[in-house]
Design a protein around this ligand. Structure first.
Ligand code: ASC
Length: 128
């Protein structure tokens, strides 16, 4: 377990940073900003699916205080926050499956669903 809230904050932020990098690169491929490479896309989707399970553990009590953009509302509405985090993990897992198909529309839909999970949580629980 974490010694201090600062450690929990650092832990979840490290995961979010890796998620943003991998997800961002997938977005660049889908938007045509770089060539679509199915193997790279799938590897990144696998990364996001695995990484999606990391941050939740870092949202320990009291860790709205410190160098974080996490709002105290997370701990006031913890059940809702938890379910949003689970939905994100489910969407990321579905994206990793979709990425193994060659159905680009299916991939795009799964990517959009995952992005909505990111944004849906940020809109409510993250400082802007
Ligand atoms: C990203 C990123 C987010 C999400 C969000 C999706 O690439 O860094 O926070 O996608 O913008 O709407």
């Amino acid at each position: 377990n974490f010694e201090e809230t600062a450690d929990a904050i650092e832990y979840r932020q490290a995961a979010f940073g890796l998620i943003a990098y991998n997800f961002g690169d997938m977005g660049a491929m889908l938007k045509g900003k770089k060539p679509f490479d199915a193997a790279i896309f799938s590897a990144r989707a696998d990364n996001v699916a695995a990484l999606s399970k990391i941050p939740h553990e870092g949202f320990i009590a009291g860790s709205d205080k410190g160098d974080t953009e996490a709002l105290a509302k997370i701990w006031q509405d913890k059940a809702d926050f938890d379910s949003k985090m689970t939905a994100f993990q489910d969407n990321a897992a579905a994206l990793a499956v979709a990425a193994k198909s060659s159905d680009r529309n299916n991939i795009k839909q799964a990517f959009a669903n995952t992005g909505k999970s990111c944004k849906g949580c940020h809109d409510v629980y993250k400082k802007d």
